[in-house]
Design a protein around this ligand. Structure first.
Ligand code: FEO
Length: 173
């Protein structure tokens, strides 16, 4: 049976993953109505991945004899200055998620829940990858000069390809 402290921490992480999905969905929607179809496709795919992360936590908690309970969520931000602003916020959010996964890992070790610790390894690796991908996108946006000139068109095309790759090879649940 899972310990209540671990259960509570996982339930909080379930809310954060669901919130991440909504944050990226709102960003995707803004990109879609702002002439950035590639960025929209990328962020819609990212929103799907976050929902998959949420599912992984729900299944882990319920499989371990706990109860995954959904929480009320804050409304996500729906308008942005430009593409740089969008991805700066993605970066900040992913750093926050990395810190919360690390905290959850610490709770699992303190409570001697090594099964959950082992389960969290996948997320620890996933966060390294996500932060690195977003950092790469941010570098490219900065090269286009805040995303206000012609380079943005090519970058948006590149994001279309990155979105297609995400959809074609989703991370396993
Ligand atoms: Fe579920 Fe982007 O971390």
């Amino acid at each position: 049976m899972i310990k209540s402290r671990v259960e509570e921490a996982i339930n909080n992480q379930i809310a954060r993953e669901e919130h991440s999905s909504r944050i990226y969905m709102a960003m995707a929607s803004w990109c879609e109505v702002s002439g950035l179809p590639g960025a929209a496709a990328y962020l819609y795919a990212q929103a799907d991945e976050e929902r998959m992360h949420q599912m992984k936590f729900i299944r882990h908690l319920n499989d371990r004899g706990g109860h995954a309970v959904l929480q009320a969520l804050e409304q996500p931000v729906s308008s942005f200055k430009n593409l740089l602003d969008v991805f700066e916020q993605v970066m900040k959010h992913e750093e926050y998620i990395t810190a919360s996964i690390n905290d959850l890992y610490e709770v699992s070790l303190t409570e001697k829940d090594y099964t959950t610790g082992n389960f969290l390894q996948w997320f620890i690796n996933e966060q390294i990858e996500e932060e690195s991908t977003v950092r790469g996108i941010l570098d490219k946006i900065k090269l286009t000069g805040s995303g206000e000139n012609g380079g943005l068109f090519h970058l948006d095309k590149e994001l279309t390809a990155m979105a297609a790759a995400k959809v074609a090879a989703p991370a396993e649940v």
